[in-house]
Design a protein around this ligand. Structure first.
Ligand code: 13P
Length: 337
């Protein structure tokens, strides 16, 4: 009955556990060229390939980063770029014991006949691309699909999101890449925290059904959930303790302990909010390593400090270390503002 390919099983488990190691988390720096352009635009820097490379060089060459960061997710362009001293970005990361990862989905497109929802493209040619990325040094990957609440998620969109994630995860594992499974529940809307809780339960139930159907090795995946919070426009805000209670209750009812790591996305939370919420989640033992895979909540103050000016690079790297260290402490449940 067992028809899994399984050639990389041991390596997948080892990679997943190395990323889910105590006091460390993931730096998400896999913004597509368009999204990276938005970030650069916010500091008045033009969106050219060289400016994107220069900015990413600053991130991957930050001294001491490996103490707090175990994995970095790159965009395809970045996977093949090098620092000005000639070292590839992949080398720079590996020298710091940071596992290089790669975003492999092809982005979101509108879903016909839905409540204004999206579906995620990228399964075509995925096996070949994963094999190429493995050769280039990547050892894990990410596929981001979304669930949106304001119009009410349709069963069709939930199923498509879950099934796409499961197909992707199986293909990635066959190529030796640890898949990050990310059904992001978007924050947009004025719904309360109970509504988010219900939708999160629904999407994770479907996701694990299809992961199991697709014979995905649970010990060799990582999850990237949204925290369970009220919608961004909901007037009633919740404390980190409440967010942690809801989020852990949801995860404990849906996610098997075989999964090594839960690496939250920040989803538009402020840097401080994201750190405090993670710290609250780690106040008592969890069945998994509960950590971060933040983009904005690690990079916002780096960008602000850098401003596209080389003379600010050192200060910008210090800003990155400050956030990485704060989140490392939060992973250990010991963050003290
Ligand atoms: P944020 O932490 O900015 O939400 O980004 C994480 C990410 O990679 C979303 O897929």
């Amino acid at each position: 009955w067992e028809v899994r390919c399984g050639a990389y099983d041991e390596e997948l488990v080892a990679t997943a556990n190395s990323i889910a190691s105590a006091g460390r988390g993931i730096l998400a720096m896999d913004e597509s060229n368009a999204t990276c352009g938005k970030r650069l635009d916010s500091i008045g820097v033009e969106n050219t390939e060289d400016n994107r490379r220069t900015y990413r060089e600053l991130l991957v060459t930050t001294p001491g980063l490996g103490q707090y960061i175990s994995g970095a997710i790159l965009f395809e362009e970045t996977l093949y770029q090098s620092a000005s001293d000639g070292r590839t970005f992949v080398q720079c990361l590996k020298e710091q014991n940071i596992v290089p990862g790669i975003k492999v989905d092809k982005g979101l497109v509108p879903m016909t006949n839905s409540n204004g929802e999206s579906w995620c493209q990228g399964l075509d040619g995925l096996a070949q691309r994963c094999a190429e990325y493995y050769k280039a040094g990547a050892r894990f990957c990410k596929w981001r699909s979304v669930v949106s609440i304001p119009g009410g998620p349709t069963p069709m969109a939930l199923r498509d999101c879950a099934y796409g994630l499961a197909r992707y995860a199986a293909i990635a594992q066959e190529a030796g890449l640890v898949p990050i499974v990310e059904p992001e529940v978007l924050l947009d809307g004025d719904h309360d925290i109970d509504t988010t809780f219900k939708v999160a339960q629904d999407i994770w139930a479907e996701t694990f059904k299809y992961l199991a159907d697709n014979k995905v090795l649970f010990e060799g995946i990582l999850l990237k959930p949204s925290m369970v919070t009220p919608g961004a426009e909901c007037p009633k805000r919740e404390s980190p303790e409440t967010v942690a209670d809801y989020t852990l209750k949801m995860l404990k009812s849906r996610v098997p302990p075989a999964v090594p790591g839960i690496m939250f996305l920040s989803g538009g939370q402020s840097e401080m909010e994201a750190t405090l919420n993670l710290n609250a989640m780690n106040q008592s033992p969890n069945p998994w390593h509960v950590s971060f895979s933040y983009a904005r909540a690690l990079q916002n103050s780096v960008l602000k400090t850098w401003q596209g000016d080389a003379s600010n690079s050192k200060a910008a790297q210090e800003a990155l270390i400050k956030r990485a260290k704060a989140n490392s402490m939060a992973q250990l449940g010991k963050y003290d503002p």
